[in-house]
Design a protein around this ligand. Structure first.
Ligand code: ATP
Ligand code: MG
Length: 417
């Protein structure tokens, strides 16, 4: 017996409706926000993520599934959706189409991490990316889309935290201040943070080690280093969110794990799913398109982790209604009525009704037992009499109530019910 790889999960037939439910909600929200779906390959040239996600990030440093294919090229399973979306945008010349280009995706993502609750090696994201707009309205819209998606799922126990990490100019200033603050404390930081100190001081604030977190608490806030343009932009985003009734707190410690962010960054966080509390994260990334070879194009987006959302929904009692699988089960007695059951099921199916019949050569009694077990909504038994009269007794399983319905009228009856 060969087992499933560590950190991956099957979706079982009895559970897939939950995935469909969440994906349907994602698509519905995307539609209302006028976003078009994009799909990018599961693997890309490794360089795309090295340049796109950033050499100094955990994702690129430690977590990528990178391998050489038979042609000797280095390829990587996508660890996130943005880099591929940006490549798609540039490679297909979408910068020449009417802006903004508003996109969304639902995709698996792969990261070599230590598997634990809410942390998998293959997980799934619903993400949106909006290209071309530098306006604070777009930041607010992207946050609102995430917020409505969570609301639509019945998730209430999350809070929105936002921050601005400025532009390259104010960030350079801030990095200097951070280095001044951390320099005398270097010895108390974890090993990773000591390397971050040199390569990307901003990322020091993202450390999850308790000791580092304590030290981080005293670090200067980026908000004091924002240049006037960035400060104005952030004020406007906050105003717009308030005007839309979106609650948030400003958390100057949010920097996000990936290198490409500029200005607005945000996370939806919950205390109800353990240590991996971020269910959705995103922000603005005005420099990424140009750094990957496209024309200067501002952009903003988010990605929500579907497994974490599911966990949160389970832990907070947000319900996912289980759909009826079999609307009607048609049981057959002998060979000719079994053929009739097959034909009736086929006709009903062609009319859009989920109809089922016996595939196991069971007795009528066992067929009925099966129909009950699998939760068929209605059951009809076909025998000689029913074939002769063209009328069946249609039993509603939930109530035990039965009505006589003409076989030819079954479809109309079920559609009306
Ligand atoms: P974390 O803080 O867990 O390391 P991250 O900052 O690496 O998250 P992002 O790159 O922002 O995460 O990804 C967006 C979302 O994808 C996260 O908020 C989370 O919901 C989900 N996610 C990220 N990594 C994993 C994983 N290994 N397993 C399951 N979900 C994940
Ligand atoms: Mg991570």
């Amino acid at each position: 017996m060969i087992n499933i790889p560590k950190g991956t999960k099957d979706v079982l037939p009895s559970q897939s409706y939950k995935w469909q439910y969440i994906e349907d909600k994602a698509r519905a929200v995307a539609k209302r926000f006028c976003l078009d779906e994009i799909r990018t390959p599961a693997f890309e040239h490794t360089e795309l993520f090295q340049r796109g996600v950033g050499e100094t990030t955990d994702v690129v440093n430690k977590e990528m599934y990178t391998f050489e294919d038979k042609g000797g090229r280095s390829v990587t399973l996508k660890p996130e959706g943005t880099a591929g979306a940006v490549r798609l945008f540039i490679e297909n010349g979408l910068f020449s189409s009417p802006l903004p280009v508003k996109t969304f995706y639902i995709t698996p993502a792969f990261r070599y991490e230590r598997p634990q609750s809410g942390r998998l090696r293959e997980f799934h994201q619903f993400g949106i990316e909006v290209f071309g707009s530098a306006a604070p309205e777009t930041d607010a819209e992207v946050i609102l889309a995430a917020s409505e998606f969570l609301k639509e799922l019945g998730i209430k126990q999350v809070r929105l935290e936002i921050n601005s990490i400025g532009c390259p100019e104010c960030r350079a200033e801030y990095n200097k201040k951070l280095k001044e603050y951390f320099k005398p404390r270097l010895g108390e930081l974890c090993e990773t943070c000591r390397t971050r100190f040199e390569s990307n001081p901003l990322r020091l604030l993202d450390c999850k080690e308790e000791e580092c977190k304590k030290i981080n608490a005293g670090a200067p806030s980026i908000l004091e280093s924002l240049c006037p343009d960035c400060a104005r932009h952030f004020e406007r985003v906050k105003e717009l969110l308030k005007a839309q009734g979106v609650e948030f707190t400003v958390n100057p410690r949010i920097v996000r794990g990936l290198d490409y962010y500029t200005r607005t960054v945000f996370e939806f966080v919950s205390d109800r799913i353990g240590a991996q509390g971020t269910v959705c994260g995103g922000g603005r990334y005005d420099g990424l398109v140009s750094s990957l070879g496209g024309p200067q194009t501002p952009a903003t987006g988010f990605a929500a982790g579907i497994e974490r959302l599911m966990l949160l929904m389970e832990n907070t009692g947000a319900e996912i209604p289980k759909p009826t699988k079999i609307r009607i089960y048609i049981a057959g007695m002998d060979e000719s009525s079994r053929s009739a059951a097959f034909t009736i099921a086929r006709e009903l199916r062609q009319a859009g009704v989920a109809a089922e019949f016996d595939h196991m050569e069971r007795s009528v009694k066992s067929q009925l037992k099966y129909a009950d077990k699998v939760g068929a909504e209605y059951v009809a038994v076909i025998g000689e009499d029913e074939l002769a009269t063209g009328v069946v007794s249609l039993k509603k399983m939930a109530t035990g109530e039965a009505v006589a319905v003409k076989i030819n009228d079954l479809c109309a009856y079920l559609k009306k019910e």
